[in-house]
Design a protein around this ligand. Structure first.
Ligand code: ADP
Ligand code: MG
Length: 337
């Protein structure tokens, strides 16, 4: 059968039949024909939104292939992350699951590239087409790195807590991204480092919901480390540590965070009420206060990193340039839903 891919089971090397639609199979054939990979093995993870497979090339280099599911149901609740992003301003293809999924895959590719350029530990993204993303494998000898959830930290729990919070800070400042699904399930432990994965839903730091997502991320990670016995700071403390743009050193900032009291959700919402800068202008609030707190400014960032990234994308698209050009109407269409 010409439609057969050599899916193998690592154990007995028997061919495994996988239920994949024709288009996905074609993308995988192309990956094999282009010799990016030579064999695909069984599932590393079968998730709600994607399956991840283990693959190798002829030099026994290891890869992870993430195949996003194209079922429309899975993507139903995702519009929250997409609305307010300039590149989806023309309305994204809510009724075309294939297109929608391709957009998520491309978004994950772009976000991973940004992380990689910034030196944040994550899989190296290598190729994306339609619902298939090829990336480097975090792990060794076909054994995927454990998720933080499965790691026993012993006496080093605080060290990893700090490393994790620093990763969030780097992601925010160097990549201008908020993960938006940051948890012990999307962090891998490998060679003494915390690696971040699953960034398809990550948003720009000036996304109208970015700070709410960030606060939720902070809260999740605090709960997790607390459960593991770390003396965690307050959610507000690490939120401030991550977003703070004043010049002080990390150590000074950390000390400051330690003494930061928790504020209630209600108070948080009061402080961070300006969801969009347009709203700010309408309410006459001082934009500079908001900017000072979080580094989010009205002017679209001219991010040279981004420019070069979009040029080197497998699927070049002009969305990021678009965003710059039309920066003034960054939030157009937000109120529409
Ligand atoms: P989702 O949560 O949407 O199913 P993820 O990107 O979180 O997709 O991947 C699911 C799981 O697959 C992860 O928890 C991790 O165990 C594994 N995984 C994903 N990417 C890699 C990778 N590059 N290397 C090793 N394991 C990976
Ligand atoms: Mg995940």
């Amino acid at each position: 059968d010409e439609n057969r891919i050599r899916f193998k089971d690592k154990g007995d090397r028997a061919t495994v039949e996988l239920v994949l639609d024709r288009r996905t199979r074609i993308v995988l054939f192309k990956l094999i024909n282009s010799e990016k990979i030579s064999e695909i093995f069984g599932c590393v993870s079968a998730g709600k939104e994607a399956n991840v497979y283990y693959a190798i090339n002829t030099s026994q280099q290891e890869f992870a292939i993430k195949i996003y599911k194209t079922s429309i149901l899975v993507f139903k609740d995702r519009h929250r992350y997409v609305e307010g992003e300039f590149r989806f301003r023309h309305g994204y293809a809510r009724h075309n699951p294939r297109q929608m999924v391709a957009m998520w895959a491309e978004k994950e590719m772009r976000n991973l590239k940004r992380l990689q350029v910034a030196g944040i530990p994550c899989p190296e993204p290598l190729f994306v087409k339609q619902n298939v993303l090829l990336m480097s494998f975090i792990g060794r000898d076909a054994k995927a790195a454990p998720r933080l959830k499965e790691v026993g930290f012993g006496g080093r729990v605080e060290e990893f807590y700090r490393q994790t919070v620093d990763l969030m800070r780097d992601m925010y400042h160097k990549c201008k991204l908020v993960h938006a699904d940051f948890s012990e399930y999307n962090l891998l432990y490998f060679e003494d480092r915390v690696y971040v994965i699953d960034v398809s839903q990550s948003v720009e730091h000036d996304h109208p919901q970015a700070l709410y997502f960030l606060r939720r991320d902070c809260s999740n990670i605090n709960d997790f480390y607390k459960k593991n016995g770390a003396a965690v700071l307050t959610v507000q403390g690490i939120f401030n540590y991550i977003t703070d743009i004043t010049e002080s050193s990390d150590e000074i900032r950390w000390e400051k965070a330690k003494s930061t009291e928790e504020i209630s959700d209600a108070v948080f919402k009061e402080i961070y009420i300006p969801r969009t800068l347009q709203e700010l202008q309408e309410t006459g609030q001082d934009e500079s206060i908001f900017g000072k707190l979080t580094g989010v400014s009205k002017k679209p960032q001219t991010n040279e990193e981004d420019q070069s990234l979009s040029e080197s994308d497998e699927n070049p698209n002009t969305e990021d340039q678009d965003k710059k050009k039309h920066g003034d109407i960054l939030y157009e269409g937000l109120s529409k839903q």
